[in-house]
Write a protein that binds this ligand. Structure first.
Ligand code: 13P
Ligand code: SF4
Length: 328
C-alpha cells in the first residue's frame, strides 16, 4: 500500500534518529522537503552547517556540488545526495582541462569585467592567460574546479571575498552575471567566465516592467545570478537567505521575488502578513525539484547515493572552501 506523506515522514524521522543523520535542504527544495529538513538555507549557510554539524550522516537535499562541498568539509561523515542526477548545469559549464585558449571581449558594459571567457575554454586556459591572478570560484562548481582555485564564494559573500584579496585583478568563475555584479560593487578588475544559471538567465527587463506594472509599489528583490540589466532594475540584490532577511526587516508589505520559486515557501511562512509574487512563474530549477520525501527515505534506507571526493582533490578544494568560511 503506498504511504501518504505522514507515513513517509514518520519513517524518515525514525530512520534519521537510528542513523544519527541530519537532513540539509537548500531554499529551492520542494515545500515538504524543506519542512522535514533539520536545516534549510542558502549555499553559504549550508556549507557552514555541513562543516560544524554533529552527526554520522548528512542527507543532502540539493544538487551534487552542495553534497560534494559537505563531503569535502566533513570527510569523516557519510554524505548522501538524495537523487543521483540532481546536478547544476552551471557547475558543468566549466572544466579544469581541455584545449583552445582564445579570449573574447565582452561588449556593452560601462564597468565590465575585462574579459568573459567563453565556455569552450578551460580553467587551466584562463589561469595560463592570467598568471598570478587569484581565482575566486562560485561554490556552484565541481570539486576538481574548486581544487584549482584560490578561494570559493557564494552569492552571499562574493564582494567580501574579492575585497579580502590584496590583488587588484581577480578571476571569477563560472557565473558571468554574478561576476559582473561583483565587478560593479568592487573597484577591482574582474575577469569572468561565460557560465550562467538557466533559471535566472531567462529573466528579461521586459519581465521586470511587466511585474512592476502588475504589482505597483511592490519591492523587487533579485538574485545576482540574474542578468545585470535585470539587477540594475531591482531594489535589492542578494542571495536566497539574504532575501529572507531583507523581507523580514523591511516595512514594505509586497515583494516581487526574482529567484527560483522554491524560496516562496519560506518567504510566505516566515512573513504571513506580507505578499510575495514571483518575478516569473517559470523560475523553476528542475534539478532542485528532483528530491522528494521518497528520495530522502530511500537515501536513508539504502545508504545512497554516497558522495565522496578523492583526497588529492578534497584537500586543495577544502583549502579554497575554508578560506571562504574564514571570512566573516
Ligand atoms: P544561494 O542560495 O546561495 O543564493 O544560491 C542560489 C543557487 O542557485 C544555488 O544553486
Ligand atoms: Fe544551478 Fe541555477 Fe539550479 Fe542553482 S538554480 S542549482 S545555479 S541551475
Amino acid at each position: 500500500m503506498p504511504l501518504d506523506n505522514s507515513g513517509l515522514r514518520e519513517e524518515i524521522l525514525k530512520l534519521k534518529e537510528e542513523r544519527h543523520a541530519i537532513i540539509l535542504s537548500h531554499n529551492y527544495q520542494r515545500d515538504e522537503v524543506q519542512e522535514i529538513a533539520d536545516f534549510v538555507g542558502d549555499s553559504l549557510e549550508l556549507s557552514r552547517t555541513a562543516s560544524t554539524v554533529k552527526c554520522d550522516v548528512i542527507v543532502f537535499a540539493g544538487v551534487n556540488f552542495m553534497a560534494e562541498s559537505a563531503s569535502i568539509l566533513s570527510p569523516e561523515k557519510t554524505v548522501l545526495l538524495t537523487e543521483l542526477d540532481a546536478c547544476c548545469p552551471m557547475a558543468d559549464m566549466i572544466r579544469v582541462d581541455s584545449p583552445r585558449p582564445i579570449k573574447k571581449s565582452f561588449p556593452g558594459f560601462d564597468n565590465p569585467p575585462s574579459y568573459v571567457y567563453p565556455a569552450e575554454f578551460t580553467l587551466r586556459d584562463i589561469k595560463a592567460g592570467n598568471p598570478g591572478v587569484p581565482v575566486v570560484t562560485y561554490v556552484n562548481t565541481t570539486a576538481d574546479v574548486k581544487a584549482e582555485s584560490d578561494v570559493c564564494c557564494t552569492s552571499a559573500n562574493i564582494v567580501k571575498v574579492i575585497e579580502s584579496l590584496p590583488d587588484e585583478k581577480v578571476i571569477c568563475i563560472p557565473d558571468k552575471n554574478l561576476a559582473m555584479w561583483a565587478a560593479r560593487n568592487t573597484n577591482k578588475q574582474v575577469i569572468a567566465w561565460d557560465g550562467f544559471c538557466h533559471v535566472h538567465e531567462r529573466v528579461t527587463p521586459e519581465d521586470v516592467r511587466k511585474a512592476r506594472a502588475e504589482h505597483l509599489g511592490a519591492v523587487l528583490m533579485a538574485h545576482p545570478e540574474c542578468r545585470i540589466e535585470v539587477l540594475e532594475m531591482a531594489d535589492h540584490v542578494t542571495s536566497t537567505s539574504g532575501m529572507l532577511r531583507f523581507a523580514k526587516a523591511s516595512t514594505a508589505k509586497e515583494f516581487i521575488v526574482g529567484t527560483e520559486i522554491g524560496l516562496m515557501y519560506r518567504l510566505r511562512k516566515e512573513n504571513p502578513e506580507k505578499i510575495f509574487y514571483p518575478l516569473r512563474k517559470d523560475m523553476i530549477c528542475p534539478n532542485m525539484k528532483k528530491t522528494t520525501l521518497k528520495s530522502i527515505l530511500r537515501a536513508l534506507k539504502e545508504n545512497n547515493y554516497i558522495v565522496k571526493v578523492p583526497e588529492h582533490i578534497r584537500v586543495p578544494a577544502k583549502r579554497a572552501l575554508d578560506r571562504m568560511l574564514e571570512i566573516k
